[in-house]
Design a protein around this ligand. Sequence first.
Ligand SMILES: [Zn+2]
Length: 261
Amino acid sequence: MSTPDDRLDVIAIAPHPDDLEITCGGTLAKLVRQGYRVGILDLTNGEPTPRGTPEIRQAEAEAARVALGVPVRINLGLPNRVLMDCPEHRFAIATILRRFRPNVIIGIAGRTPAASPDHHQAHLLIEASRFYSQLTKWDDRFAGTAPYRVPFLVYAPFPFDAEVRHWHGTFVIDISDTFDLKMRAIACYHSQFDEKPLERIGHVVGGNNIAQGGRCGFAYGEMFAMPHPVGASDLMSLVCGAKAATGAPVPLPGQPPPPME
Ligand SMILES: [Zn+2]
């Protein structure tokens, strides 16, 4: 059963240890720095892989958790490689949501034909589990936890999604001050990324974060999406979160250039 201490502001969910570090590690580290209580839910242990073992992956995930400063990391122990959107897996994830009662889910999103099909299944599972977590009269399927409705769902899209998605709302978080922590966390996964692959993933992830951040005038950024338009009560704080409207601003005569960190 839950206790008041279990409550999280944000729970980030992905099928494999390292998915969240790659897609939104900078934002998770930043949320922690900003004082929010953040948890990571890995659906599987990511094994088997050619050079990993369950013990190695657990140690790597723990080192990455420490690098990001995230206080809570749970592995749900669902099956890797054959992860499927099915009722039992929805019950298991919804039980975690009912226990930790987060305000926001950050969920992995996208269909990755050149990578694991678990990613797409996790996307489906996260949406379904969020719905299931609020259901009444089924407490026995959720380990006796009480129904809980998670107010907000945010997608952390894979940068190599097969789909061109017309999201209702997207936004970019400035991770210029936590990008180094993100890369340090990714480097914890030695069994997945040794020297050459780490260089390659750093190149791809860094380039992606530079491109996404650059759209909003940040040195590095992570793009997120929502299943509905982004709402705000204050137009100025929403719009002025970005530093510049253009990626390569031209200084005007007599005026300093727009800031770019
Ligand atoms: Zn993955």
